[in-house]
Design a protein around this ligand. Structure first.
Ligand SMILES: *Cc1c(COP(=O)(O)O)cnc(C)c1O
Length: 364
């Protein structure tokens, strides 16, 4: 009854054991060698071209990277991409954290914010006096996915999309935004510590202009330094070489099997299985009621009060099926399931069988 792999976390997420094995095979000629030398820089270059291929980078777009994950990128964006005032869609934990960054930045005006209830998504609308629109492609805390696009009626401002739990798992139009940024430990099933961003020419131009404007910026968060180093297949300071390698490994695996369309198709199959099961169940139901925004990569499932989701996830964990817990701050009787491309759709099927099995025993 058990799935072949018990990792269903929404981040860090399951990475393929073959990727870890490939890393072990490079233990003596890659790990522990200089990130300024050809051996590592070749892998960084592979990461850049692999990401550009996977995401279908339009002409002129560049892959830029740096250290610190998506959280560091929010701080970097507040210095290097947002000129005066940002507009945010805030619909859960991660999108609201970016709001907290721009709201507290002394060099920026108070951000404009459209807040949506958990499980829903506020509309993206052109807003006067803002120079950057910010929203997630997938809000990991609630399991809501958005369309990547520009607001109708504003072609001037930049569009910054947090794709940490989406990149490599959800289809999108890359020309619909200027910066598509992510950390690779969620949808890309690698490890943490890095941020990667696909940037449009307009985004690079903004970075160069703000850098030349003399705004004080901590060097670690300086996107101009990140662009300059990325062009040389390096990062400003030492990256986690293992994370870089694991990311390349996952990107190559996805590209080798058919790219984003193939990857998104796997997540689609998993999502159809999970939501189909929940809809047919008389005790479980999908939390996100609007199917158009119901995430294909992070599934949130509510349970009625005959059973405790915490008890279900504890029983799953006792059997080696881990990280199915709902997002704490949502405070719901809920499980949250990572359905990233690395996860086998047949394992999602096995997971639902296990949950039914546990429920039968919990409610009698
Ligand atoms: C996890 C997550 C982050 C934070 O990523 P870190 O690498 O831990 O900084 C940001 N945004 C989204 C949408 C996430 O899911």
């Amino acid at each position: 009854m058990l799935p072949s792999d018990g990792r269903f976390g929404s981040g860090p997420s399951k990475f393929r054991p073959a990727a870890a094995q490939a890393l072990a095979d490079r233990a003596v000629d890659y790990l522990g060698t200089s990130h300024r030398k050809a051996g590592v820089r070749r892998v960084v270059a592979q990461l850049k071209t692999g990401i550009a291929d996977l995401l279908g980078a339009p002409d002129g777009y560049e892959v830029v990277m740096g250290n610190g994950g998506a959280t560091a990128f929010w701080d970097a964006a507040s210095f290097g991409l947002i000129e005066r005032r940002s507009h945010h869609l805030s619909l859960g934990e991660f999108s609201s954290k970016f709001v907290a960054v721009t709201a507290s930045a002394p060099h920026l005006d108070e951000p404009s914010v459209r807040v949506g209830d958990f499980g829903t998504c506020p509309p993206l609308e052109a807003t006067d006096g803002v120079d950057a629109y910010c929203y997630p492609h997938n809000e990991t805390s609630t399991g809501v996915m958005l369309e990547v696009r520009r607001p109708a009626g504003d072609d001037e401002a930049l569009v910054l999309v947090d794709a940490t739990s989406a990149a490599g798992g959800l289809r999108f139009d890359p020309s619909g935004c200027d910066v598509y940024y992510f950390a690779p430990q969620k949808a890309l099933s690698s490890d943490g510590g890095l941020w990667i961003a696909l940037m449009s020419p307009a985004a690079i131009e903004r970075i160069e202009r703000l850098s030349a404007s003399g705004r004080w910026t901590p060097a670690f968060l300086d996107l101009k330094l990140a662009v300059d180093n990325s062009r040389k297949d390096q990062t400003y300071n030492t990256p986690a070489l293992a994370t870089v390698f694991l990311t390349v490994s996952q990107v190559d695996w996805l590209n080798g099997n058919g790219g984003l369309e193939w990857a998104a198709g796997r997540s689609d199959r998993s999502a159809d299985i999970l939501y189909g099961w929940a809809e047919a169940s008389d005790i479980a139901s999908p939390f996100v009621t609007d199917t158009a925004i119901r995430s294909r990569v992070v599934g949130t499932i509510d349970f009625d009060d005959r059973v405790s989701a915490d008890d279900i996830s504890a029983a799953l964990r006792a059997n080696g099926i881990v990280d199915t817990d709902g997002y704490r701050k949502l405070g719901r009787n809920q499980l949250r399931i990572g359905m990233f491309p690395a996860v086998e759709p047949s394992d999602i099927e096995a997971l639902t069988t296990c949950i039914d099995h546990i429920i039968e025993r919990l409610i009698t």
